[in-house]
Design a binder for this molecule. Sequence first.
Ligand code: HDD
Length: 704
Amino acid sequence: MSSQKQPDAVHIDENSKDAQLAAERMDPTGHFLTTDQGIRVEHTDDSLKQGARGPTLLEDFHLREKLTRFDHERIPERVVHARGSAAHGYFQPYESQAKYTRAKFLQDPSKKTPVFVRFSTVAGSRGSADTVRDVRGFAVKFYTEEGNFDLVGNNIPVFFIQDGIKFPDFVHAAKPEPHHEMPQAQTAHDSFWDFVSLVPETLHMVMWTMSDRAIPRSYRMMQGFGVHTFRFVDAKNVSRFVKFHWKPLLGTHSLVWDEAQKLAGKDPDYHRRDLFESIEQGDFPEYELGVQIVEEADAQKLGVDLLDATKLVPEEVAPVLPVGKLTLNRNPTNFFAETEQVAFCVANIVPGIDFTDDPLMQARLFSYLDTQLTRLGGPNFAELPINRPLAPVHNHQQDGFGRHTSSTSRANYHPNSLGGGCPFLAAQEQGGFVHQPEQVTGQKLRARPESFKDHYSQAALFFRSLSAPEQEHLIDACRFELGKVESKAIQERVLEHFAKIDALLVTAVAEGLGLPAPKATPVTPKGPPASKALSMEAMKLLMPPSIKTRRIAVLVADGVDSDELMAVRKELEAQGAQLKIIAKRLGTVKAANGKDLPVDKSAMTTASVEYDAVFIPGGAASVATLKKDGASRHFVQEAYLHCKTVGVSKDAEDVLKACEIDPAAPGVVSGAKSGNGTALATAFAKALSNHRHWDRKDHDRVPA
Ligand code: HDD
C-alpha cells in the first residue's frame, strides 16, 4: 500500500482524460509506474531532450533502463521442447501406496500435492505451431513436502535412442538442417530419416511418431509416460521397478493429418488455447496416474530389458495399477515467469523413488541441470518462484548470478561449530534421501548389452496392435515424410528396416514412394501378439462414451429455426459439449421466429478444423442460403473429410445433398431419421462420442 498522503477530494469529470490521470495519481493502492529502483516515473512517452526538437540526453536514466531491460528480454529457448504450455494443479492419491513406496505424497488420500505441468512439442522453436507431427512433452513438477519430484515424460512410452550419448546426434538430425535452417518443427526431411535408417533402435518410436499419437487432439486428451524404469522403495528399503503412466480421463484422441496441417496456419496456438480456455471455463483437465510394478526377481522373465528405453512392458504382462489423479485447475498468470522459466530435472526425486542404470536416464541426470545453467542465467534458478520447492531449503550454497537468498550465518560450510552445526544431516527416518544400495560389477567399457539388440519386435508389436484405420494413417504418414526425403538411398534403407517390421507396412510405403518393396521378413513379436493399450481405437471402446468439452460448430443464416436449435443445444450442452453459432458475419441473425440470434464467430475467423463436429439446424431461408454458399459447403465437406460427426435437422438435408454427402454415411445424423429436437441431439451425441468415423469409406471423395 502506498504511504503517500491522499490529496484532498477534488471534483472529477469521469469522462475526461484529465480525470483518468487524476484518478491514477490518487491511486490508493500505490500502483505508480516506477523504475527498477522504485523511483516514481512522471513521464514515459518522451525521452529527456535538450529542447523539444533537440538531442536526447545520456542522463535520461528512465530511457536507458527501459531500453536495457527490453534489449535483454529474450533468454535462450530450450534446445528441445522450446514450445510449451503449462498449468497449475494438484495431485491426490486414491489410497496409500505404502506397500510400494515411502514417498510421502503417495501416502495420504486426503492430501493434495500442488503441481505445475508443462506440455510441449520437441523439435520446433518457441514460435512454431502446436499441431505439428511430433512427440509431446508431459513434464510434471510435484511440489511435495519432501522437496520437488519432477516426472519429465512424453506422450509416447518409449524413446528414439538407448544411450544418452546419442542424444545430440539424434536432435541434430531431427532439427532443421544447419545449412538453411529448414524445415521448422518437422521430421519430414533427409537428415532425420538418414539417422533413422542408420540407427535402427529408433524404429519403435518412429512407429509411434508416424501414428496418430503424434498429432493429439488436445493436451487434455493425450497420455503421458515416465518412459524409463524407475524404482519404488518402501519403508523397509525393498525396491521394485516401476513405470509411470498418465491416462487422460477424457480419453486419448487425435487429429487427422490434413486437419493438423491446416490448423498450423489457422490457429498455431490450437493446443495452447484449448488448454488455457478449458481451465478458464472450469473444464479442468484430469489424468490418472498409474504404475506398472515389476518385482526385482521377475525382471529377467519379462522378455524385455527394463533398462532399455526403446522398449515398453505390455500392459498384458504388467497391468497399470491406478494410483491417483492429477487435476489442472489454474492457468499461469505470467507466461514467461512460469511456463518459460520453469526448470524440470530428471534428477529431482524424493525419498521412496530412485533411479535405475538405464543409460538414457543416466545421461539425463546430467543434462537438465547443465542446460538450465545457461538458459536461466546461472545456478540460482531454483530460487525463482516457479521452481522453488515448498519444502524448506537450508544448505551452504552461496552467491552466483541472480542470488536471492541472503543467509545470515557466517558458517557456510559443513561440519561447523560456529553455526551450531546447522543445517543438520537427516537420517532416513528423518526424511533423508538414501540412495538404494545396488551391487554393480563389470568392466569399464563402451558397449551395449546383448539384451538391447532387438530393434524390430516391439515396432512390429505396435504396428500390429493398431486398428486398420490407424495402420492406414501410419502408412500415410510414412509416405508423406519419406516422400519429402530427397535421397533415394535413405528411402531404400528405411524400407529395408520396414520389411523387418511388417509386410503391409513395407509394401504400402514402398508403393507410395514409387520404389520396389524389399522382400518382407517380419519378426515375430516376443510376448503378446498384440496389445490393446497401444491402439487408441481399442482403448476408446473401454471408456464410457462422452462428449464432454467437445466443440460443435453450428452453421446458421437468417431464417434459422432457432427454437429447434435451442432444443438440440440444450441437450448437447447438458452432456458437456460446447456449441458455437457461426454465421457469415458477427452480430446477430434474424431467426424464423423473428427474434435475434447472437452469433459467436464469423465464418471468416474460424474453420471446421477447430471443431469436433458440425450441426446445421433447419429453417428454410437459412438452409437455402447455406447450400448456395461455397464457404459453408466447404466447412461441412471438410468436417466430413476429417471423419467428424455431421448432423442436420430434418429440413436441412438439402445442405448434405449440396455437399454430395450421403445422409446414410457413418457418423452423419439426420433429423429425418431420428426425429428432430432432443431425439436428434441424442443421436448426434452418440455419434460424436465415437470421436471420428473412420469407416466412412468415401470421405476423401468430397472436394475439401
Ligand atoms: Fe529431455 C527437455 C522429456 C531424453 C535433454 N525433455 C525435456 C522436456 C521434456 C523431456 C518433457 C521439456 C521439459 C520442460 O517442459 O521444460 N527427454 C524427455 C524424455 C526423454 C528425454 C521423456 C527420454 C525418455 N532429454 C533426453 C535425453 C537428454 C535430454 C537423453 C540428454 C542427454 N531434455 C534434455 C534437455 C532439455 C530437455 C536438453 C531441454 C530443455 C531442458 O532440458 O530444460 O536438457
